[in-house]
Design a protein around this ligand. Structure first.
Ligand code: FDA
Length: 426
């Protein structure tokens, strides 16, 4: 069957939901827009999957976290799409795309045509077999990217209450999952090759705080080594892991958080790529003028730092999506995208936010034995980044505003002494 639309979004995650809302604000007509997603549910706030969704008590469940609740906007339940004349083609994978003919072919054999295409296919979790380790599909090995993964993880945690888990990977998925496992009364061992957790963002001092906090909750860290193989019994269940340093760790379940890969294969050879993603200009437009790319797969110019980045962060997904829609619907009045990189996480009772860039000299501030502390990054005598744990809304707004201005800093000691007061005074 052929279906013709003016606007098509391929991928039905965070960016798709925020784009849909923006389309309605700009006055899209009924029947003009469709979203094709291989997930069976309408777009939702993906970060909820590693937070509220995993709580043992009163867990978050759909429709509670459909987009765009995460930005205090309307909640786009399936009904909302119907009411706005937006077609949701769910549980349907796009298997090929032709950007010259402006067509998409779905796994169900339908051909969908568009005038404008927004690519919002996000990323997928890297699997163990892709790094040469067997056992990816064992029933007690969990990943976390989509609702199906999260549901499997919840079921597995219920079955393993009182037991043990290995978390492979020390990034934010590993850290957030480890916290949830503990909350679900599972004893956790975290294994990762770096010398400290969240190595791409944290300084060693920040990492030490979180690791100590996790240790106080019973989490065991094995650092500086990685998984060598999984030990699998005759029922196909993993019973433990052998590590490259020769150690063996018993486990009733395994959670793998070893990174993500952008879902870009549909467009390879058709569009220009950069940083492993689809290169777009500051209107989110790819090398083909009718094709826009947003969210995790978009490599876009970050004016503030004068380079191009691909950011796998929810805030970037929301804002790139919104910007692409503005650029499509109001090309003459849409200014260049001017993004401030922002990332956050919440674990246990802790909550941090990061703004800007973590390059240059790091200056820590605040009380690392208390609940509020952070770090600034100063590059070429300019304040370029800030991390804050335990801040209030006013602090975070001040940080974002200050980093945007990149104020000159000649005395690093002043940053250390003043802490958040420094940005509050900028
Ligand atoms: P997203 O992954 O949301 O959506 C892509 C959609 O496209 C999916 O529905 C996918 O199935 C679909 N798709 C892909 N290929 C397709 C095809 N060929 N045909 C049809 N559909 C296809 N960020 C942050 O800043 N703070 C946080 O705390 C967290 N927490 C967090 C937790 C967890 C568990 C994850 C997995 C991720 C986060 N993130 C995060 C990252 C954040 O969620 C992520 O950056 C956004 O979801 C990206 O939005 P996109 O719309 O680009 O991709």
């Amino acid at each position: 069957m052929w279906r013709d639309f003016v606007y098509v979004i391929v991928g039905g995650g965070v960016a798709a939901g925020y784009a849909a809302l923006e389309f309605t604000k700009k006055g899209v007509s009924h029947g003009q827009l469709c979203i094709i997603s291989d997930e069976a549910v309408a777009p939702y706030e993906r970060p909820a999957l590693s937070k509220g969704f995993l709580f043992p008590e009163a867990p978050a469940r759909l429709p509670g976290f459909h987009t765009c609740v995460g930005a205090n906007e309307e909640k786009l339940t399936p009904n909302w799409y119907t009411e706005h004349g937006i077609e949701l083609i769910l549980g349907t994978r796009v298997v090929s795309a032709d950007t010259r003919l402006k067509t998409l072919l779905t796994a169900t054999g339908d051909t969908i045509t568009y005038k404008y295409l927004i690519i919002a296919t996000g990323a997928r979790a890297l699997k163990l077999d892709e790094i040469g380790i067997n056992g990816s599909n064992a029933e007690n090995v969990c990943y976390l990217r989509d609702l199906a993964d999260a549901t499997k993880l919840v079921n597995m945690m219920r079955m393993c209450t009182g037991g043990t888990a290995i978390v492979i990977g020390g990034g934010y998925i590993g850290m957030e999952c480890a916290a949830s496992l503990v909350m679900n009364k599972i004893k956790v061992t975290m294994v990762f090759p770096g010398s400290y957790c969240m190595g791409r963002l944290f300084s060693p001092k920040i990492a030490r705080y979180y690791e100590d906090f996790y240790k106080s909750k019973g989490v065991n860290f094995i650092k500086g080594t990685s998984l060598s193989s999984l030990v699998i019994n005759l029922d196909g269940k993993v019973t433990g892991a052998k590590l490259q340093d020769g150690r063996y760790v018993h486990a009733d379940m395994v959670v793998v958080g070893i990174g993500a890969r952008p879902n870009t294969s549909l467009f390879e050879g058709q569009l220009t790529f950069e940083n492993g993603g689809i290169q777009v200009n500051s209107q989110m437009q790819s090398s083909k003028t009718s094709v826009y790319a947003v969210g995790d797969i978009a490599s876009f110019p970050v004016k503030l730092f004068g380079n191009t980045r691909r950011l796998e962060h929810v805030d970037a997904a929301r804002k790139t999506a919104k910007h692409a829609v503005c650029a499509i619907m109001e090309p003459k009045t849409t200014s260049d995208f001017d993004y401030m990189p922002f990332f956050y996480s919440r674990v246990f009772s802790l909550s941090w936010q990061f703004y800007g860039d973590n390059v240059g000299e790091v200056v820590h501030f605040g009380d690392f034995s208390g609940t509020k502390f952070g770090a600034y990054w100063v590059n070429d005598n300019r304040l370029v980044g800030c991390f804050l744990e335990g801040g209030g809304n006013e602090d975070y707004v001040a940080i974002a505003d200050a980093i945007r201005l990149k104020p000159v800093v000649l005395d690093l000691g002043e940053l250390e002494r003043k802490g958040v007061d420094f940005v509050l005074a900028v």
